[in-house]
Design a protein around this ligand. Sequence first.
Ligand SMILES: Cc1cc2nc3c(=O)[nH]c(=O)nc-3n(C[C@H](O)[C@H](O)[C@H](O)COP(=O)(O)OP(=O)(O)OC[C@H]3O[C@@H](n4cnc5c(N)ncnc54)[C@H](O)[C@@H]3O)c2cc1C
Length: 386
Amino acid sequence: MPYPPYFQEKHDVFRNMVRHFVKTEIAPYVDEWEEKGEFPLSILRRMGDLGLLGVHYPRDVGGQGGDYFMAVVLAEELARSGAGGFPMAVAVQTDMATPPIARFGSPQQIERYFKPALAGTKLACLGITEPNHGSDVASIETRAQLQAGEWIVRGSKVFITNGPRADFMTLVARTRDVPGYQGLSLFLLDLDRPGVHLMKRIEKVGMRSSDTALFYFDDVRIPYDALLGEEGRGFSQIMWELQGERLIAAAGALGSAQYAWEMARDYALQRRIYDQSLSRLQTISHLVAEMATEIEAVRQLTYEAAWHFSQGEVLTGDIAMAKLATAQTANWVIDRTMQIMGGHGYIRDWPIERMWRDIRLNRIGGGTDEIMKEIIATTMGIKTSR
Ligand SMILES: Cc1cc2nc3c(=O)[nH]c(=O)nc-3n(C[C@H](O)[C@H](O)[C@H](O)COP(=O)(O)OP(=O)(O)OC[C@H]3O[C@@H](n4cnc5c(N)ncnc54)[C@H](O)[C@@H]3O)c2cc1C
C-alpha cells in the first residue's frame, strides 16, 4: 500500500489481477490488432465477463461496486499492454460515453444502453467533436429538432473513437436556436438508424488498434425518449463528463510513463557499452532518476485530483493540471526512453516506438494542453483575454 489513503489492499489485489490479464490476454495480441486497425469485440465481452468494464459503478446498474481508485488502477495497468489504442477504446466505453448515462439516464436507458455497455455486449462511443468545432464545445452545430414527438438529428461528428463499430453514441447536439452553451442537449443515438452515415474510418499516427470514425447524420429520426437528462443542460452535463474522462486519461498516461520508465531502467542496467553497463554513465543514470522524479510528481497530482473526484468534489483546475502534467510528462519520459535505447528504441521490435506515437494524442484528445492551461488560468483567476 504505497499510496494511502488512496489505495488499500483490495486495490493491490485488483492491480495484480489486471496486470496478469493484460500480460496474458492483451499484450500478446496487440501487434495483430494494431496491424488490423481494430481489436476484436470478443475481448471487450471478455472484460465485461470479468467485471472489468464497470469497476467503479454501483452493482444495481451492472457495475462491480468498487471505488474510483479501481478505475485508476485499471487505466494504469491497461497501459502495460504497450499500446494505447485498446486502453483508449476501453476508456471510451467505461469513462467517456457511459458516465452521463449512469448519472442522467432514465431506468430504461440504464437497461438498454448502460448495462449492455458494462457487459461488453454493446459498444459505445461519444460524439462531441465536429469538423468545425473541437475545443470550442459551446459552438457545436449538429442539430436535434423536435418534430411531431421525434428528434430529427442533422450534422457531423469527427474523430469518434469506437465509432465504426459502435452500437450507440452519446451525442451532444443543439436543441435550441440560441448561440453558445445554453442550447445543447445530450442524446443516446442508435447507430443503425436510417440516415446515420459512416463516412470514413480515419487513419492515424498512432492508437491504431482503436478505430476512429467520421459520421454524417442526415435527418436521423430518434424517439423523444432518446434525450439523455434535461433538455438544454447538455453543456454542463458534458463538461462534467469531461472531468472524469481527463482523470482517466491522466491515469493512463501515468501508467504509460511508469511502464516506459521501467523499460528505460532495465535497458540501462542490461545494455553493455564501453565494457560496462549503460547505467554506469552518469548522464544516463541521472536521466533515469529525473524521469522517476517527474513521474512521482505527476502521480501525486493525479491521485490527489482523483481522490477529490471520488469524494464528489469536482476540482476542474486540479483535474486540468493532472491531465496536462501527465500528458507532458509521459510524452517526455517515453521520448527519453527511446533516446536511452538508441536505435533499438526506434525499431518495431520494441513497444517503445508505438508508445511514442500513441502518447502524443494525450496532449490533444479530451482537451488539448492549451485548453488545460486555459482552465487552470481561469480557476486561478489569472486568465488573460483570448
Ligand atoms: C485519435 C483521436 C480520438 C478522438 N476521440 C474522440 C471521441 O471519441 N469523441 C470526440 O468527441 N472527440 C474525439 N477526439 C477529438 C479531440 O477531443 C479533439 O481533437 C480535441 O478536443 C481538439 O479539438 P480540435 O481537433 O478540433 O482542435 P481545435 O479545437 O481546432 O484546436 C486547434 C489548436 O488551437 C488550440 N486552441 C483551441 N482553442 C484554444 C484556446 N481557447 N486557447 C489557446 N489555444 C486554443 C488547440 O489547443 C490546438 O492547438 C479525438 C481526437 C483524436 C485525434
